[in-house]
Design a protein around this ligand. Structure first.
Ligand SMILES: [Zn+2]
Ligand SMILES: [Zn+2]
Length: 155
């Protein structure tokens, strides 16, 4: 079995987190990394302890579900909650960040955004990220890299 690359490892983690999403409109996962170490993770979900979209349906206003906190924001807030610096960190997200998340990532000092899937890439978000000097790179998840139970280990 080939050793998994850092990019595929962190992107896999984000896809795993996305499976925890409680809003089925878009299942997103985000992993914040510093010095090749995972410092936080998040997924699209309701405020802790409140109603989940998967239980009672989405709360849609003007085409958007307003119930959830986005994966990227949840990951940043986890850092805020536990006092972990995000300056100079990288983030791996399953989808291109929305405008609100892009603004927050810039403000939190995130230096690189790796995303797996293009998603309504907002031109203003693209412009802001570029002007802030944030490196944006597409890293698609390779199906072959997530073999958690390789045959040779099962004896
Ligand atoms: Zn929802
Ligand atoms: Zn967002």
């Amino acid at each position: 079995m080939e050793r998994i690359s850092w990019n595929q490892y962190f992107m896999s983690q984000s896809h795993l987190l996305a499976l925890r999403s409680t809003c089925e409109r878009l299942m997103v996962g985000a992993t914040i990394v510093r010095d090749k170490r995972i410092i936080a993770g998040g997924y699209n979900g309701s405020v802790s302890g409140s109603t989940h979209c998967i239980d009672e349906g989405c709360y849609v206003i003007e085409g958007h579900c307003v119930r959830t906190v986005h994966a990227e924001i949840n990951a940043l807030l986890q850092c805020a909650k536990f006092g972990v610096p995000t300056s100079g960190a990288e983030i791996y997200v399953t989808h291109f960040p929305c405008l609100q998340c892009s603004k927050s990532l810039i403000q939190a000092g995130i230096q690189t955004v790796f995303y797996a899937t293009d998603y309504k890439n907002h031109p203003y978000a693209v412009e802001l990220l570029e002007n802030a000097g944030v490196r944006v790179e597409k890293v698609e998840l390779e199906q072959t890299s997530i073999d958690l139970l390789p045959a040779k280990n099962i004896k």
